[in-house]
Design a binder for this molecule. Structure first.
Ligand code: TXA
Ligand code: MG
Length: 343
């Protein structure tokens, strides 16, 4: 039998969660930690062996840049250089579900394995326990979502345990992640504020602060309306359709706000991301419901249409990735599309 991860309930023993977390991190091993967005697989961002272990545990084939999580602005300023707009965003939205891509400070000890050798770094200050752990540890933590590469991100310690429990030493259990989708990634370039990934902070909130529109990133001309252009990701085992007007025989329906969907009575099972029509609640429920649906026998998963405003942008982005064609053995001449959240 494989070794099982130690799981510490943070609410039951906060001091031990911090102490064990710091000890395992100092040992160069990754630790699964709760953040307000999703659970992260965290390792010392200054230690190349520790970062390599993240890739190994996730089975992540490529070395993509990882987000460096900070305890606060003081630590962030040691590692990155802030332009005035990024600073305003940080002042308003940190701690919280916002990642800023910034020029790496020359004296930063963040390892090139974390930045993928770029001269920029993605930085985020997470809310709650994760921030406290980083403060206690005293160094930034690199942390992608705590799941096997290509799978749906975990929003509970039980999700992490089911997926990675035999491959990691420690899972710190902080209950269900409140936001439920990964952070919004922003890069300020000159007078443009560019959206690199929609996420748990609604773009409208950013636009309200900066007073002008955020520039959406185009992936080789693809938009969310052309999910076939997006590399498959967040993939459940079952096939996924989005914006379903009707349910096919044997499909599971994932609804939103109790919409009337044709053939719903034929559904193998029905879930609703938020009966009351709250996009916040829908984001918080999205990954857990995808995992629950995926455990049931079905011919596929059909998502009802979900509004695209507010957190609906991130929800539709994640569903589009889940619905994108799965990578088969790629043709050697096939163009490859790097997307922003390859794991
Ligand atoms: O909510 C989140 O952001 C979660 C939790 C654990 O904090 N983390 C997360 O990390 O989603 P990850 O590794 O899945 O997302 C990292 C993404 C990369 O794929 C890349 O798109 C972007 O962040 N990124 C990081 N550094 C970057 C850089 N220097 N330039 C451009 N993009 C960068
Ligand atoms: Mg991920």
């Amino acid at each position: 039998m494989a070794d099982m991860a130690e799981i510490i309930d943070i609410a039951a023993d906060h001091g031990r969660a911090i102490a064990r977390g710091c000890a395992v991190l100092a040992d160069g091993e990754p630790v699964a930690i709760p953040t307000e967005t999703v659970y992260g697989l965290a390792a010392d961002a200054t230690n190349s062996d520790a970062i390599s272990r993240i890739y190994e545990v996730k089975g992540r084939p490529r070395f993509n840049p990882l987000i460096a999580h900070m305890s606060g602005m003081t630590m962030a300023e040691r590692h990155a250089m802030f332009d005035p707009v990024s600073r305003r965003l940080a002042d308003r939205f940190w701690p919280g579900p916002l990642t800023l891509v910034l020029p790496l400070a020359p004296t930063s000890g963040i390892h090139p394995l974390c930045t993928a050798g770029l001269d920029s770094v993605g930085i985020r200050v997470p809310m709650g326990f994760a921030g406290e752990l980083i403060e206690a540890y005293g160094r930034p933590l690199a942390a992608p979502s705590a799941n096997t590469s290509g799978k749906v991100s975990p929003t509970s310690a039980a999700h992490v345990d089911a997926d990675l429990g035999s491959r990691i030493r420690l899972i710190l259990d902080g209950g269900a992640a409140g936001v439920g989708v990964e952070s919004t990634i922003i890069k300020v370039e000159g007078d443009q504020v560019r959206l690199l990934r929609p996420g748990g902070l609604a773009v409208e909130e950013i636009e309200a602060l900066i007073g002008h529109p955020v520039v959406r990133q185009e992936v080789a001309g693809a938009t969310i309306e052309a999910p076939g252009m997006l590399a498959s990701h967040y993939a459940p085992e079952a096939g996924v359709r989005m914006n379903a007007a009707t349910v096919d025989n044997g499909e599971i329906l994932i609804n939103f706000a109790g919409q009337r969907i044709g053939g719903a009575d034929r559904a193998a099972a029905t879930f609703d991301l938020s009966r009351s029509g709250s996009l916040r609640e829908a984001a918080a429920n999205l990954f857990a419901i995808m995992k629950a649906a995926d455990r049931l026998p079905s011919t596929g998963i059909a998502f009802a249409p979900i509004p695209r405003d507010g957190l609906g942008e991130a929800i539709n982005d994640r569903i589009a990735r889940a619905a994108a064609p799965r990578p088969e053995a790629p043709r050697p001449d096939a163009p490859t599309l790097e997307t922003k959240d390859a794991t």
